[in-house]
Design a protein around this ligand. Sequence first.
Ligand code: HEC
Ligand code: HEC
Length: 483
Amino acid sequence: MRRHLLLASALLAAFACGTGSPVSPSPASAADAGDEGDAAVDFPAVTLPAEPQRPGDPAEGYRALVNEPYVPCGIPWSAYSKVFTEAPESQRIPGREGRNATLSYDYTAMTTKDGVELVTSNCLLCHAGRIDGNLVVGLGAADADFTRSADDQKNLAANVGLLLSDEKEQAEWQKWRARIDTVAPYSVLSTRGPNPADNFTAVLFAHHDPKTLAWSDTPLMAVPPPHDTPVDVPPWWRMKKKTSMFYVGGGRGDHARIMMTASVLCTSSVEESKAIDAYFPDIRAYIASIEPPKYPWPIDEARASLGRTVFESACSRCHGTYGAAPTYPNRLVTLPEIGTDPVLASGTAQFGPPFVAWFGDSFFGEIARLEPREGYVAPPLDGIWATAPYLHNGSVPTVEALLDSSKRPTYWTRSFDSRDYDQAALGWHHRVLARGKSGETDLSAKKALYDTTLPGYGNGGHLFGDALSPDDRAAVIEYLKTL
Ligand code: HEC
Ligand code: HEC
């Protein structure tokens, strides 16, 4: 727990997977109009076509993911080691070299060119999660806690300095602290579970010159005030099938170049970014090679096979087919058709065209584009049993409730223990509450309370399961366990 006090809150704020603001889903540009399956729909879905990706080596990508310092600023080792001992076995992962071998999976050790040893953070802070007690690389961290206030985060970053005497270390700490102070206000959510990464990416862009990537302590373009927009971290194994990145389909062109934007927390030059970019095609190849974990409990095969038939008639046009010769349409469904919470897709959560333009003008824009749209991509449902809660904002605790909207709780809470799994409903055991955040006075209960009446937290839409009979719905749930 102690590590969370010092590092997590500050370093947590440290990464970015931003999407920018939406353009309208015009079938004209890079996208084709939806196929005949949508002929009767007023708002045709959009198919996002594949684009070339730089090839890479998955094994080398895993090595780089868990060893390379692609977020090259952090806490001097001398300060870190005064507070923390080696990570317990349960926090370690295979394939880690040198000092990394005994660090927690979400931290990476590095040495700067001036010889200062640092502990930095890595992608697994948000992209490794637990299910039934097991840590799974690529599963979103659905128990993350981004509710610490900006002032608390800044104080923690400031306190690290008290542990340092060496001048070079002080300089590294000052650099890191300036970045943390910048992103802290944009990395606070009211609710435990969801993730603020989209919020602070744009802020980091605003503090870098797009051409040189030089850091500026003051923003170089206007940034709007912080906002409370929740995003559920998607599992990485979807990238095997997806042609775009992000819920709103905004990440286009070369995915490796987009993924590496997480480094802008720390980088200050194109040269530094090029060195990181050199191995990111390998990391992308690794991410595209990940298989979802298999459902570990018994499955009623006869019922699942009935469910497959129902699924293929009610769901496949958006979510694809599974099995020996899988298909996946890469379909972005517009807001009026999907009806789920509009905040993320309508761009109020992101910072508008200047940030999309920044990306386009920068090193990242050389081979990649941000083209967010007003809708959500229907995701591949591989490993869906493991990725509760559901929808882009994590507003629905189980698949059963997703497929029967009368069962979706308005106010709910959960234990955040990954063994607290509901095999029948497929998702998290949860407690339905009678009142929302405004009626809760206990601070930690308030943070653990998911209030779907708040802007961005809505649990409406995606009513496709309501039309199914109870038997058919149960069969579909059984089938989903097999994916
Ligand atoms: C602070 C948390 C955080 C960190 C750290 C982070 N990400 Fe993400 N990532 C997210 C969130 C949240 C999303 C979903 C954003 C959205 O779709 O709006 C995301 C989305 C993605 C996606 C797209 C998945 C999909 O289905 O569209 C990929 C790929 C990805 N991240 C890779 C990375 C890599 C590689 C790193 C490290 C270099 C990284 N991320 C670091 C939070 C994080
Ligand atoms: C018209 C297209 C469409 C149809 C039909 C459809 N879905 Fe979806 N589905 C989506 C979209 C788009 C999302 C993402 C919505 C969001 O995150 O706001 C989604 C999300 C989901 C999710 C949650 C994914 C996650 O990780 O949060 C599940 C589970 C799901 N659908 C299952 C089904 C099943 C089962 C059916 C058939 C009964 C079905 N869907 C029919 C478009 C569709």
